[in-house]
Design a protein around this ligand. Structure first.
Ligand SMILES: [Zn+2]
Length: 288
C-alpha cells in the first residue's frame, strides 16, 4: 500500500513539470543546413541529416529508418521541395511534423536558373545563411520558449562568424576573373554574391545529364577559348567535364561539392563547404 502511494506521488511530480526544457527533435535535409541548425541549438541538441554522403540532393529518397526518424521529429528544417522533391512526399506523410522550408520564406533571396525556374541552391549566398539562422532560432523558440534566449544568442554568434567568413572569401575571390563551367547550374548564388564570371553549368539545375545541343554549344565555346576552366562535381561522373576540355586549353579543376555531400555533417560544415568551394575555384586563377 505504501509503495503504491509513493508511485502515485512520483507520477504526480512527473506530471507537474510537463515539457520543461523539452528541446525539439529536428531533422534537416543537407549538411550546410544541418550546420546552421547545430550552431543555433548549440549544446541543447543535435539535428539529424537526411542526405547520405555522396548522394545527389535532387534525388534524395528516404530509407525506412530515416522515415521513422522523420516521423519521430517535431521539426524539419530544409531548403524546400524545389531542392529535394523526394522529401516533400515523406514530409506530407508525417502529420505532426512542422516544416521550416527556408527557400519559401519571403525574406530569402531567390535567383532563377540560367534556363529559368527558381534555383534552390540558396545557401551558397551567405546573406541567406545569415538570415536563415534567425528563422531557425525563431522557429525553435516557438517550439521551445524556455530556451529562446539561448537560440537567439547562438544565432547572433553564428551570424558574426558568417560575416567574418564572407569578408575573407570576398577578399580571396577578388583574384578570380576567369570564366568557368561547372557540372550543374547550382552556383548562381555564389557567383552573383561574389561577382564572378561564369559560363554556366554543363547540366541544368536539377543535375539531370545534359543534352547533345548543350554539350556541343559548350564544346564550341571551349574550342574558341571562351571557357578558361571547368569543374566536375563530387557526386557526378567527371567524364562529361573531361570530354569537354579534351584537346582544348580548358583547365580541369578539382571536383566541387556545392551541397556538402562529402563533408561530415558537423557544425562547421557550412564554413567548410564555402571555404572548400573558394579554394577549388581559385585553382582556376592560379592554374599553371
Ligand atoms: Zn544541385
Amino acid at each position: 500500500m505504501h509503495t503504491f502511494i509513493r508511485v502515485l506521488a512520483l507520477s504526480a511530480a512527473a506530471l507537474a513539470t510537463p515539457a520543461l526544457a523539452d528541446v525539439p527533435k529536428v531533422q534537416t535535409d543537407i549538411p550546410p543546413v544541418a550546420a546552421l541548425v547545430m550552431q543555433v541549438m548549440g549544446d541543447l541538441g543535435t539535428p539529424g541529416v537526411l542526405l547520405d554522403k555522396g548522394a545527389d540532393e535532387h534525388d534524395l529518397q528516404l530509407r525506412p529508418s530515416q522515415m521513422r526518424a522523420l516521423n519521430d521529429a517535431q521539426l524539419l528544417v530544409w531548403v524546400g521541395p524545389a531542392l529535394t522533391p523526394g522529401l516533400e512526399t515523406a514530409r506530407q506523410s508525417s502529420p505532426n511534423l512542422q516544416s521550416l522550408a527556408l527557400l519559401d520564406d519571403p525574406a530569402t533571396l531567390r535567383l532563377a536558373y540560367l534556363d529559368g525556374g527558381t534555383n534552390p541552391h540558396a545557401w551558397l549566398d551567405p546573406t541567406n545563411a545569415s538570415l536563415w539562422l534567425n528563422l531557425i532560432a525563431q522557429r525553435l523558440s516557438a517550439l521551445d520558449p524556455d530556451h529562446a534566449a539561448t537560440y537567439a544568442a547562438n544565432a547572433a554568434t553564428a551570424q558574426t562568424q558568417i560575416a567574418v567568413l564572407d569578408a575573407d572569401l570576398s577578399r580571396q575571390l577578388a583574384g578570380l576573373t576567369q570564366s568557368f563551367v561547372t557540372y550543374h547550374d547550382a552556383y548562381g548564388y555564389f557567383t552573383t554574391h561574389y561577382r564572378l564570371p561564369t559560363a554556366g553549368g554543363l547540366a541544368a539545375g536539377d543535375a539531370a545529364p545534359p543534352g547533345a545541343a548543350r554539350l556541343s554549344t559548350l564544346r564550341a565555346q571551349a574550342e574558341k577559348g571562351q571557357i578558361t576552366c571547368a569543374f566536375p562535381e563530387a557526386q557526378h561522373d567527371p567524364a562529361l567535364i573531361t570530354n569537354l576540355a579534351e584537346g582544348t586549353a580548358v583547365f580541369v579543376g578539382p571536383p566541387l561539392d556545392p551541397v556538402g555531400s562529402t563533408l561530415d555533417p558537423d557544425r562547421n560544415a557550412y564554413d567548410k563547404l564555402m571555404t572548400n568551394l573558394t579554394q577549388s575555384l581559385l585553382t582556376c586563377a592560379n592554374k599553371p
